[in-house]
Design a binder for this molecule. Structure first.
Ligand code: ASP
Length: 314
């Protein structure tokens, strides 16, 4: 069996703002990405290719906070992070602080395949992309009117609240109208391998230079055939501090939890207890899919071999 799950972020619109028509556009974006990944798996493709492909589709969709339509820094610029990991051999590629790479996830894949390193950032990462022949775009490519508006709104609220808060005290901002989004995918292919990929613009009004959890292996992205593949979304600082993706994998490896128990425990006992907001999608080597969040919703979709696709927002 194969299985694939994707997310378009735990920062969903408030129910009151989610008209039927809006919901349909989000669902269309998710379906397109899910189908692209599924098609590959159906033809016997690898989980690694499937998660990269699904995430690349979501990066191209301006609705989601990754690639085009990414959230903006406090200076109004897009700074992109991404990571991909192969559960078969624990190879990983991660990139951060990108400003000109059309598809950060494709660069993460090149880092995994063609470099002796795991994590490249900033100018060096962009030079590596140039040499790899990836699409380079002007920084304006990423910026949409909606994200510019969102930045203004968040700036306003942050001024009223006195900033993002300290690390110990979460900002209430995250629960109501979240400043995050992110996209990700996890998959299990017919050979029994699993993989994870995550790509993001980060959080609205983040400080320039801030890197979130998405590209941090073990925080927002992780895959190991012996346990599970995880892609996270939410307030990244909390996922880094709890090493949440690896926490889930460790519960399976060391405490022999099922995927569902591991995800529930990590989200409830680590993330929620600390006051962090967000969610994860997960798949194990048997093709079980689990999706959990402690926010109002999480754009998500999944499908397993021979079954009907599932789509959800709240
Ligand atoms: N986790 C991402 C970050 O903190 C944001 C998100 O999920 O939207 O960069």
């Amino acid at each position: 069996v194969y299985a694939i799950a994707i997310h378009g972020g735990a920062g969903v619109l408030a129910r009151a703002e989610m008209t039927e028509a809006r919901a349909r556009t989000y669902e269309r974006g998710l379906s397109t990405a899910l189908c692209a990944g599924q098609q590959l798996l159906e033809q016997g493709g690898s989980a690694l290719d499937a998660v990269e492909t699904a995430v690349a589709f979501l990066e191209a969709d301006p609705l989601f906070n990754a690639g085009k339509g990414a959230t903006l820094t406090s200076e109004g610029k897009a700074e992109l992070d991404a990571a991909i990991m192969d559960g078969a051999n624990l190879r990983a590629g991660a990139v951060a602080q990108l400003r000109h790479i059309k598809h950060p996830i494709k660069l993460a894949r090149r880092v995994l395949e063609d470099s002796p390193h795991v994590f490249l950032v900033g100018d060096g990462a962009e030079r590596f992309a140039l040499e790899a022949g990836l699409d380079i775009v002007s920084p304006d490519y990423f910026i949409t009117a909606h994200r510019a508006y969102q930045l203004d709104q968040v700036r306003l609220r942050l001024t009223e609240q006195g900033g993002f808060g300290t690390q110990a005290r979460p900002t209430p901002l995250t629960m109501e109208e979240p400043a995050f989004g992110t996209v990700g995918a996890v998959a299990r292919d017919r050979d029994g391998n699993i993989a994870a990929a995550t790509s993001t613009g980060g959080m609205t009004s983040k400080l320039p230079g801030r890197v979130g959890d998405a590209p941090v292996i073990g925080a927002g992205t992780y895959a190991d055939n012996n346990s599970c593949a995880i892609s996270a979304t939410g307030h990244g600082e909390w996922f880094i501090r709890t090493a949440l993706a690896h926490d889930i994998a460790a519960r399976m490896s060391y405490a022999h939890c099922s995927l569902e128990d591991a995800v529930n425990a990590a989200v409830e006992m680590r993330l929620t207890q600390l006051g962090g907001a967000g969610g994860v999608i997960a798949v194990d080597a048997a093709g079980t899919i689990v999706m959990r969040f402690n926010t109002a919703g999480m754009y998500r979709a999944s499908v397993r071999d021979g079954e009907r696709p599932l789509l959800g927002i709240y």
